[in-house]
Design a protein around this ligand. Structure first.
Ligand SMILES: [Zn+2]
Length: 238
């Protein structure tokens, strides 16, 4: 029974992943507003692996994302974050490893224009961990937040690098593979409490690597088709 449930779970996840890849690559409309109902955002909320990104790395996803539909651009290039406090529309590229702003956003995403916090989504697993451990950290939260705000002000006072970084397709595939692996391990051993044998995690590791590779290949194929379509259109125009 549990193996059927895991199989169903896997199928649902793979379908979700496929629609996510197609949505990111094939959307035809010019401009979109992404909220929690969007598949990319839902993935952020539901995948237990994201709890690691949120709690340990301090990576966050805003509640609202404006995504320009430009087929030749990656998500980080074409997405923007509105600050609900001052109305500034920030390019996503402001939060990057190069600017040292991609991580450490435990209290949310800092708006350097008004000094307030842009509200973020909360991953379900993170939410549960935060709620359960709250008696430990609640006493330090205020002080910690004050220090964090000073640090953000300092980080964002430096000029931000907004040029587009080199997009690595295989890193993207690797991320998808890791996300899938964590999710399946969590489903099998935490939700369905299957008995542990070494065969299971090793088998799933192979499966995750394959899924990562296939996803990267699909993204590459779609990006290639898109770029050549754009090239053809611009050749026709000129
Ligand atoms: Zn603001």
């Amino acid at each position: 029974m549990t193996s059927i449930s895991v199989l169903v779970f896997k199928c649902v996840y793979i379908l979700l992943l496929a629609s996510l890849i197609f949505e990111m690559n094939n959307s035809q409309s010019e401009y979109r507003v992404w909220k929690w109902k969007n598949v990319y955002m839902l993935h952020w909320i539901l995948n237990p692996g994201i709890a690691f990104n949120e709690l340990f790395l301090g990576q966050r996803m805003p509640k609202i994302l404006f995504v320009k539909e430009d087929a030749t651009k990656t998500l980080s290039e074409k997405s923007f974050l509105p600050c609900p406090h001052c109305g500034t529309i920030h390019p996503s590229l402001e939060w990057s490893s190069r600017n040292k702003t991609a991580f450490g956003n435990w209290f949310g995403l800092y708006c350097y224009r008004c000094g307030k916090i842009i509200p973020c989504l909360r991953n379900l697993t993170s939410f549960i961990i935060i709620a359960v451990t709250s008696p430990i950290w609640i006493w330090f939260e205020k002080k910690w937040k004050e220090k964090w705000l000073i640090k953000q002000k300092e980080k964002f006072s430096k000029p931000l690098e907004l040029s587009v970084p080199e997009y690595n397709l295989w890193t993207q595939g690797l991320r998808i593979g890791i996300g899938y692996y964590v999710l399946i391990m969590f489903t099998k051993f935490v939700i369905f409490q299957e008995t542990f044998t070494w065969k299971k995690p090793i088998g799933n590791l192979v499966e995750s690597i394959l899924i990562g590779l296939v996803s990267a290949a699909i993204i590459k194929e779609l990006a290639f088709k898109r770029k050549s379509a754009v090239r053809k259109t611009s050749e026709l125009k000129s």
